[in-house]
Ligand binder design. Sequence first.
Ligand SMILES: Nc1ncnc2c1ncn2[C@@H]1O[C@H](COP(=O)(O)OP(=O)(O)O)[C@@H](O)[C@H]1O
Ligand SMILES: CC(C)(COP(=O)(O)O)[C@@H](O)C(=O)NCCC(=O)O
Ligand SMILES: [K+]
Length: 243
Amino acid sequence: MNLVIDIGNTVAKVAVFDGFSLLEVVYDSKQNLEHLKDIYHKYHFEKAIVATVIDLSEQVLAQLALLPIPVLWLNEKTPLPVENLYETPQTLGYDRMAAVVAANEQFPGRNILVVDAGTCITYEFVDAEGRYHGGNISPGLQMRFRALHQFTGRLPLVRREGRELPMGKDTETAIRAGVLKGMEYEISGYIMAMKHKYPELLVFLTGGDDFSFDTNLKSIIFADRFLVLKGLNRILNYNNDKI
Ligand SMILES: Nc1ncnc2c1ncn2[C@@H]1O[C@H](COP(=O)(O)OP(=O)(O)O)[C@@H](O)[C@H]1O
Ligand SMILES: CC(C)(COP(=O)(O)O)[C@@H](O)C(=O)NCCC(=O)O
Ligand SMILES: [K+]
């Protein structure tokens, strides 16, 4: 079994894979992998992979150092099943690469846009020849709500849940619609622009923030909450003989 750990800016995800099938996922705080011990004792693991986009706490580092199995730390030196054309591989967030690897594995030979809506929204492009060209980074859902509150004198911190209008009729609905519609239009804009260039483009949507779409767009999107975890598992299997 494979132990797959993805530490994001908001949540740490710990997953169990048997070969290529996902058996279980738990969500932990990024400061403390509180479920790791239980998960570890529930299965028989042979190897692990860790990807992080933050500097880990002493506690998490100690927890990972205690694992009695080989651990692959995903970084710019890790051999990958896709070609990385990012100009600064040492600054790339490898959660982004993992999502690309998973999408390319499911549809090799296709041009793919991957949208990952987590703490940030990331847009990745991998072409039909399996080359990762890079992509863009923009603020995620909670970050947008928080930024409007933090950088103004009068805007409250609005929650995602609540009354949704196409155009706001008070401060709260104006902010909620502004943030949700802004994200939807941003994502739709990327899809439309890229489909113009690559008519056969496939689109994957992943990350903790799922949101509703225009049905037109929905039909061409593969939603997969576990894309990053699946990509990490693929990278771990790809490096089987090296760890
Ligand atoms: N149980 C949850 N705990 C924390 N965030 C959640 C949860 N369910 C959904 N979310 C949303 O998912 C986002 C985190 O998504 P995720 O893709 O895991 O982010 P990251 O990889 O950046 O840590 C949060 O911003 C939040 O809006
Ligand atoms: C862009 C990110 C902040 C996204 O992180 P996430 O939303 O998954 O927590 C992360 O991949 C990162 O820190 N990247 C480093 C910069 C880069 O990828 O070029
Ligand atoms: K992201």
